[in-house]
Structure formats: C-alpha cells, structure tokens
Design a protein around this ligand. Structure first.
Ligand code: PFF
Length: 516
C-alpha cells in the first residue's frame, strides 16, 4: 500500500526539468509543427505561434506547475483532487478534473501506436529496406504497406507493425512501472541528451547539403529556412492561423491536459517552479523551432521546393516525416545512418512523451484508491492495450484522427480554460501568485500577473467560443465524414464517452470512500 504521505519525489532539479521537457518534446515538435507551419504559410505562422507561446503556453506551464505542486502537498497527483483543494472542497469542481485523466489516456491510445512506427522505421533504415524507395510513390507505398492499409511489394501484412507496436507498448509500461525516479526520470536523463546529439548532427548535415537537382539550384537550405523565418504579416488577421498556432503551442508544451499537473505533484514543497518551468518550456521551443524547423522543413524543401513542400504537407499528416525526410536522406552518403538517426530521435522523443501520458491515470489509482504501483500499472496496461489495438486496426476508419481531435485538440483548450479560471479566479490571483513564487529565486514582472489573471483566461475563452461558432455544429453532426466511416466514428465517440463516464464514476467512488 502506498500511503499518501509517502508519495514519490523527483531525484533532482535537473531530473524534473528533463522529465517535463521530455514530455513536451515529442512527435509534436518533429512531425506536427513542421506540417502546421507549412500548411499555414510558414512565415505567416511563426508570429501567432510565438505570441501564443508567450501569452498562453508559458502562463499555463506555470499555472500547472503551481497547481500540481500544491495538490501534491495534499497527496493528490491528478486534477480531481487538486481542483477539489483549490476550490475549497466544492463538491462539483473535482468533476472538471476528470478531463485531466481522460485526455492523457486518449492521446496515449494513438500516440503510442504512431511512436511504434518510428521504431519500425529506424529498424528498416538500418536494414536498408527504406533506402530502396527512391521516389515519392514508392515511399508512400512503403508507409501504406507498413500501416496495413494496402498489401504491396514491401509488406504483405500488418504483422511487422504489430510487433513494433507491442515492443513499444512494453517499453512504455516497463518505464512507468519503474516509478518516478527509477523509471521516468532515468529514461529522460539518458534519452534527452542522446536525442539532442542526434538532432544536432542531423541539423548540421542538412543545413550543409547542396541543392539536389541541377535544374533547381535555388532550392537551398538557406531558402528552406527562409520559408519559416521570413515573417509574413498578411495572415495575421486570419483566425484559422491563430487557432492552429495556439493548438500547436498546447500540444507541443503538453499543457492543458493534466500531465504537467501530475509531474509537478512529485515536486518537494519549496522546489522552484518559475525558472524550472521556464527552462523546460524554452528547451521544448528550441527543439521545436530550431531542430524540428530546420531538419524537417529544410530537408523537405530541398527535395520538393517551395510549392511541392506545401502539397506534401497538405497530402497527409505523416507525409513530411515518413516520406519527404527519408527521401532527402536517401540522397546523401550514408543516408541510412541519418535515416536511422531521424527515426530513432523521434522514437526517443515519443517515448519520453508517452510515459508522461500514462502517469496521470496511474497516479490517480495510487493516490485516490491507495493501490500500489504494480497494481495501478497493471490496470492501466490492460485497459490501454485493448484501446491501443483499436488504433492499430481502425486506423483507416478515422479512429486515430477522431482521438486526436477530442483528446489532442479539443480537450486541451477546454481543460486549459478551466484551469486558468480556477487558478486566477477561484483560488484567487493573490494566493496563486504567492504559491507560484514560493521557493523561487526569481520574481516575475507584475505584467505577468496581469497576463495570468486577465489575458490568458480571456484568450482561451475566445478560442473556445470561436470554435463553437465556427465548427461545433459540423463536428457534432459529423458533416465532413463519409457514410462509409460514419459507423466507426459513432463507435469511436461511444468508446470515448464510456471512458469519460468510467473515470467520473471512479472519482465519485473514491470520494465516497474518503468521506465515509
Ligand atoms: N508534447 C508532446 C509532443 O509534442 O509530441 C505531446 C503531448 C504529450 C501532448 C503529453 C500532451 C501531453 F500531455
């Protein structure tokens, strides 16, 4: 039995920063960011992106570290217990917290499967199989064959993908079973430096490449960088670009979902929040715009040029990372090694994120039901293994996209809004500000107090209202969904709803027991 007063703690300050940075740095930095940036016009995207980072990302990062450390002091590692305490034990507020367990599980269900493709691709880079694909058509066939979407000369079944999925799943579970210090902290401590090293090597190699085609000598790395970094102010009035930028900031920083709350609950009472939170967020941004931006966008630009790169990004979420980049790498000496680096880097980035997605559900069972870690991990593994299989086998039916929408997009903004309001307005900005600064050497400029109290919550509410007006009806009525996949989407929504209700019910029982 784990008693509340014996909750685990992080082993060191650098350990917790690396764990949070590890959660933040993930597929979002290397696959999602480049696609979002290219689709939304490159230089037009970067300004809303940076503004969202300053006004939404950083404040939410601090808010979550603060609520998390505060809640951890009461023995709570997840949002229901934390919200219960910051809202003066109001009976209802804890139910908002269920999103902070639900969201991470939903993302985990598809994220782990995509992460496993990277392990598969790292393997097939080394074996030379990937190097056989010299053009876009064969690279796309390779991906479709691997995903089990078609049988072709590369793959005749989904078995290879399934093996890599099971391996990835087991690695995740073994890590969380090791606990905070010996599992999560250790993997991030070793994983992140390796990731940075591989990222820097790749970045240097790509930035020093010569143009691939003699007829396009202006498709250079410098022009590729300019695609992202030449600001374009004309799109600043386009709401779509702002929504995409804000969504990317949430996803990439892992904020607005409950994961950072759980990690922060293992901080000691007076451990620094402000500088550590800022360092973790800044490390993520460096990995995203410097590494992710230059590796992915530049290499795709070298191969496809200024127009082609947009078509690739529009043609599917995975085509930049799984098609464009390996194609470019295949054109350089020892390309298979660079290909291996690219996919391995992504795999490490993925696993340090997926373990953070697993931890809230595990912490919930440990803290609120007093289960020991082994039992909690077993329950988590059994439930998510079944659900992950749906990602594997219903990929072509829109299962993953649906989860990405509800868990990876909608839940983040909704939960972020709830947190921001609870923090500044229910807990109260005065207490919140003091709590945030407890144990910190730095004092934030008062400007940020204003941002956290007024700007962040208002922007979040505006985004939500905007979404309701523009898209809610179509999403709810499944307007853009074909008749063929409709039954699967209904099934997916049913599964999600059942999961949400199950968590609400668990919260209900846990508190009933406590109050008895
Ligand atoms: N931040 C991760 C990425 O960029 O890939 C994804 C993620 C992890 C989102 C954990 C949310 C989360 F809670």
């Amino acid at each position: 039995m784990v008693k509340n007063n014996q909750r685990e703690v992080w082993g060191s300050k650098i350990g917790v920063i690396l764990a949070v940075a590890g959660s933040a740095i993930g597929l979002g930095n290397f696959l999602r960011f480049p696609v979002q940036a290219v689709k939304n016009g490159g230089g037009a995207f970067i300004i809303p992106y940076l503004i969202s980072f300053l006004l939404l990302g950083i404040p939410l990062m601090w808010i979550e570290w603060t609520i998390g450390r505060f809640g951890g002091g009461f023995g709570h590692g997840t949002a229901p217990g934390m919200f219960h305490n910051i809202a003066n034990k109001n009976r209802f507020v804890k139910y908002f917290g269920i999103i902070g367990i639900f969201g991470p599980i939903v993302i985990y269900i598809y994220y782990t499967y995509i992460e496993s493709w990277l392990l598969g691709y790292a393997f097939f880079s080394l074996t030379g199989n990937l190097a056989l694909c010299q053009d876009q058509t064969s690279m796309v066939s390779f991906l479709k064959g691997y995903q089990g979407l078609e049988k072709n000369q590369f793959f005749s079944s989904i078995i290879p993908a399934y093996i890599f999925f099971v391996l990835t799943f087991i690695l995740n579970i073994l890590t969380v079973a090791g606990g905070i210090q010996k599992g999560i902290e250790r993997v991030c401590r070793y994983g992140l430096p390796v990731l940075f090293l591989m990222g820097i090597i790749l970045m240097v190699r790509i930035l020093t490449l010569s143009p691939i085609y003699p007829e396009h000598i202006d498709w250079t790395p410098g022009k590729g960088l300019g695609f992202l970094w030449n600001p374009d102010f004309s799109a600043l009035l386009d709401a779509k670009v702002w929504l995409a930028a804000a969504g990317q900031i949430f996803f990439t920083l892992s904020v607005g979902i409950g994961v950072i709350l759980t990690y922060a609950s293992y901080l000691k009472k007076n451990e620094d929040i402000i500088l550590s939170g800022l360092t973790a967020a800044a490390t993520n941004e460096w990995a995203e715009v410097v590494l992710g931006g230059s590796i992915a966008i530049t290499s795709a630009f070298l191969f496809f040029g200024p127009e082609g790169i947009k078509n690739v990004a529009e043609s599917g979420a995975f085509n930049l990372g799984f098609v464009a980049i390996p194609l470019t790498l295949n054109h350089i000496h020892y390309g298979f090694i660079f290909g291996f680096f690219w996919f391995m880097l992504l795999f490490i980035a993925g696993i340090t994120s997926s373990i953070s997605l697993a931890q809230p559900a595990i912490a919930f069972l440990e803290d609120e039901f007093n289960f020991d870690r082994k039992k909690s991990v077993k329950i988590f593994a059994s439930v998510t293994f079944v659900l992950c299989n749906l990602s594997v086998f219903l990929l072509s039916k829109g299962f993953v996209d649906e989860l990405d929408f509800w868990g990876g997009t909608f839940a983040l903004v909704l939960f972020g809004t709830i947190e921001a309001i609870l923090f500044s307005w229910v807990f109260g900005i005065d207490r919140a500000w003091d709590e945030m600064h407890a144990g910190s050497d730095l004092t934030l400029p008062r400007f940020y107090r204003f941002v956290i109290k007024y700007i962040t919550p208002s922007l979040l509410v505006i985004i939500l209202v905007f979404w309701f007006i523009r898209e809610a009806k179509d999403v709810v009525l499944m307007k853009n969904i074909s008749a063929e996949v409709m039954p699967y989407i209904i099934f997916t929504r049913f599964v999600l709803f059942a999961l949400l209700v199950a968590i609400a019910w668990l919260v209900h029982i846990a508190w009933k027991k406590k109050e008895a």
